[in-house]
Design a binder for this molecule. Structure first.
Ligand code: 5GP
Length: 215
């Protein structure tokens, strides 16, 4: 069985990454069960409505740093003063089972993953404009005004990292952006180089003696 692939989605905070990914998974825009979203670890406090083990594994700094020392992370980074990381346990078993894994991580984490897995596919989600990004961040009111200001200040730096990614999607409409993300995933899956093992398996079922051209 072929191993799964890694897909990375990065975007500045407020660009709508989580909504787009939720859309992708809930609407089964890729075959159900073929793609799993990795649940990261973070030292950030849970926001209202977030559940431990669903949005994130919420841990304290000491536990996170112990995991770093034990080499339990595929990548980790400090983002807005909190630590975030993708554990090997969230990813490697799925890849071995042939399931693709989606990482929703920042640009620094993406850089680390691409260094280790150059064949991973990166998708960068852009907001339509700075004004729209600011409107979304303030409107959703998930963070304090100070945190929002910090996120906006960092967005100008993050957004300039788009060239390290394979695909760019401007998120004007979440449903469309989810379709575009699905298209990128399916395009990658259906390249000849990704299909060879499956094709050879099917070809083995065709009798060789009847192998003749129609002319
Ligand atoms: P938030 O606090 O809004 O959930 O996430 C803040 C930022 O951290 C987002 O850009 C998000 O993509 C990023 N992030 C979430 N999980 C991880 C992770 O495991 N590793 C890295 N490097 N960034 C992450």
């Amino acid at each position: 069985m072929a191993v799964g692939r890694l897909f990375i989605v990065s975007a500045p905070s407020g660009a709508g990454k989580s909504t787009v990914i939720r859309h992708l998974l809930e609407q089964d825009l890729v075959p159900a069960g073929s793609l799993e979203l990795s649940v990261s670890h973070t030292t950030r406090l849970p926001r209202k409505g977030e559940q431990n083990g669903r949005e994130y594994h919420f841990v304290d700094r000491a536990d996170f740093q112990e995991m770093v020392r034990d080499d339990q992370f595929l990548e980790w980074a400090e983002v807005f003063g909190n630590l975030y990381g993708t554990s090997r346990r969230a990813v490697e078993p799925r890849l071995r089972e042939g399931i693709d894994v989606l990482l929703e991580i920042d640009v620094e984490g993406a850089r680390q993953v691409l260094e280790r897995f150059p064949e991973a596919c990166g998708v960068f989600l852009l907001p339509p404009s700075y004004q729209e990004l600011e409107r979304r961040l303030r409107h959703r009111a998930l963070d304090s005004p100070q945190v929002i200001d910090r996120r906006l200040a960092v967005s100008s730096w993050e957004i300039r990292r788009y060239e390290s990614y394979d695909y760019v999607i401007v998120n004007r409409d979440a449903a469309y952006a989810a379709q575009a993300l699905a298209a990128a995933i399916l395009e990658k899956r259906h390249r000849l180089s990704s299909q060879r093992d499956e094709v050879l398996e099917i070809l083995r079922g065709f009798p060789a003696e009847e192998c003749q051209s129609p002319q």
